[in-house]
Structures are given as structure tokens and as C-alpha cells.
Design a protein around this ligand. Sequence first.
Ligand code: LLP
Length: 406
Amino acid sequence: MLSKYFPPALLKTIAARAGTPAYVYSQAAFLKQLRAYKKAFRALDPLFCYALKANSNGALCALAAREGFGADVVSGGELYRALRAGFKPGKIIFSGVGKTAEELEYALKAGILFINAESFEEVLALEKAAARLKKPAPVSLRINPDVDPHTHRYITTGKLGSKFGVSFDEALKIYMYAAESKWLRPVGAQFHIGSQVQSAAPYALAAGRLAAFIVKLASRGVTLKYADVGGGWGVKEGAEMPGLSALARAVGGVFSGTGLKVILEPGRSIAAPCGALLTRVIYRKRGGDKNFIVVDGAMNDLVRPAIYGAKHPVVPVAGPRGPVKKFDVVGPVCESGDFLAKGVRLPEPAAGDLLLVLSAGAYGFSMSSQYNSRPRAAEALITGAASWRLVRRRETLRDLVAAELP
Ligand code: LLP
């Protein structure tokens, strides 16, 4: 069980000093997974661009940068965070369907590795930005390979009809245009089929299509250097670190020996297992035939159960107290959609007890909000058997209104 990374005594100290709800991350688990990626892909030697959207806390990002990782960013804000955390500009790539002119200029000025453009209009905007700055733009196209990753519909991105990427036919035309442009340098091609993908088969299929397309492009005189297979490798909530060998075989099987530099953009598979949400029981109550545990963490802290029906295991921090019963673990937010877990079996806790919501290191804090005017949670990093530090302070009531104007 993952909780081996979260010693109960330390969790109690963190709760007492940092308050709850708090995100708790294990440095050891985070580093372990970064290194697992390097090991599994050793033969291929790709560039790993950590997807900041999963968890952009500066302390975790700095660890990834120090391990030689690059960064995948999707906004000017994430680019700012990536540069600040120490990722080398030459290892940063920028994805997303709606980059503004300002964001494109910011990326060009920073000298990032390339921009993953997602439409012809974006390529034209990039060309203009490059001309304004008199700095040629390295560009890659996000191609929609029309592959079904068999995941939640909200995080399926590589099927035609989604807003992401361009078709192979359109991509061919755009590359031919870019190759002629004074201000564009086509350097790569990318796909990202979706997130929380549980099998390597869709990667093999999409990678095969991308490789064939890159060969076709070369025959038209456009030679690319990078083949970017996106992120999306899934985790089983509450389980150990996800294995990577099937993914490495699928990607390596297509690209090894091609001379292309492969790029991966993993987010969740690195960050999810290393983080948990620490929350305290406020009350117990019954409603109809249901037992509720009302905790101080809510959908504004961890929205994944509400949006995707994600099932994050909930475990007690102290030893079992009462008899095992079925509970809905809910927060204080005024919506029935505000739950962290439904129908979970737990030894009955008492008010004041701590619970740990597992596999919450990815898309946990990064998707959190101040809904119901709840200050955002603190974030703590466990750095050793008995050591930790605060890596983001809990927001205060003042923070809630800090940006408001009269
Ligand atoms: N690259 C691109 C272009 C992406 O859009 C994403 C995720 C990734 C990489 C990283 O994917 P990962 O390895 O983390 O699966 N909020 C949702 C997940 C949204 C994923 C969006 N794109 C959730 O909580 O499940």
C-alpha cells in the first residue's frame, strides 16, 4: 500500500503544524517514479517533459528539473512556473489549443525547445510572433491520430471530433507551409491520446501512425527531429507506482533505430502516487440509510471524485477505532456533488481523527479552487523518515480577497 510513504506519526505532526486539509507529498516516491521512467526507457534515451498541469508545486518541479527532466507546459503561467523551478528552456515544450499571441511571444523569448501548435491559425499567429521578435519559431504539430484510449470521455483527446490537434492530412499541408516560411522551423510532431490510459496498445497504434507520417514528410523534403508521444499513462488509484515496461516496449518498438529523438510528457503517472490529501473528521451523521463522515477537505480541494467519478481510497491515519462500516466521506461544500469518496469501508473514525485520501498527488491541488470561499490547502513535502517541510502555506482569509478591488 502506498501509505508506506506517509508515516502516521509524521502525518500527525504535519496536521498539527500545517493544519488540515493539507496535501502531503513524498519526495522519495516522486524521485522513485522519475527514476523509474529513466530506467524503463534507458535504451531509447528520450527527453521526458514532466506535465506541470498534474502538479506544478515548485518544490516538486525543482526535483524533476534536477533529475534532468524537461517540462510540458500549457499556459504562460505554467511556463513561468517551469522557468522559475529551474527547467532548462531548451527542454520545455508548450502545448494547448488556445495559446494567445502574448503566450507565444513569451515562449519564443524564453527560447523553449518547441511549440506544439494545434491549428493552422495558431501556426500563422506563431509566424507573426516570430517575425515581430525576429526570432524563428521551432514548431511541432499536435496531430490527432484518431485512436481511442478507452478512458473517461472528458480526458479522451486523440479521437477525431475532439478539439485537439489536426488530422494527418491537414498536418501535411501545414508542414509544407511551415517549411517555406522564413520564420517557422518545423522540428517535431506530437500526439497526446488522453489521460489515465491503462493499456499500451493505443500508444503503439498512434506511434506507428506518427512514424509513418514522419517518413512521408521526409519524402516531401521536411525532416523532423522529434517524435513526441504525449503523456497519459494511467495509475490505479491507491495502488503502487504504475509499471512502465509495457509503455516503453510500445514506444521503443516503433521509434528505436529511427534516429528520431522521442519525447514523453508524463504527469499523473509521476505525481499521483506520491501525494495524498490529509483531512480531519469534523462530524459523523446518518442520512436515510447512509453513514456520512464529514471532513474538512472538500471538492474545492480535490474535485476528481465529483468530475470524473474517480475513486480515491481513503485510509485512517491512526489505528482502527470503531467497527468497519460503509461510509460516504463528504466535505463542507454546499453541493451534493461534494464528496471525496462514496460507499467506502472504513473502521468508524471519531471527530478529530485524520484520514488520508490516496493517489491525490496529480490533478489534486492543481485543480483546487477557493469555491465556497475556502482558502486553498497547505502543501507539505516529506523529505525523510522523520523530516518534512511546508512547500506552500495554507491560504488565509486575506488571500481570498487579495486580488479584489473596491
Ligand atoms: N500532455 C498533454 C498535451 C496533455 O494534455 C496532458 C494532460 C498531459 C501531457 C499529461 O497527461 P497525464 O500523464 O497526466 O495523464 N484533470 C484530469 C486529467 C486531465 C489531463 C489533461 N491533459 C484528471 O484529473 O483526471
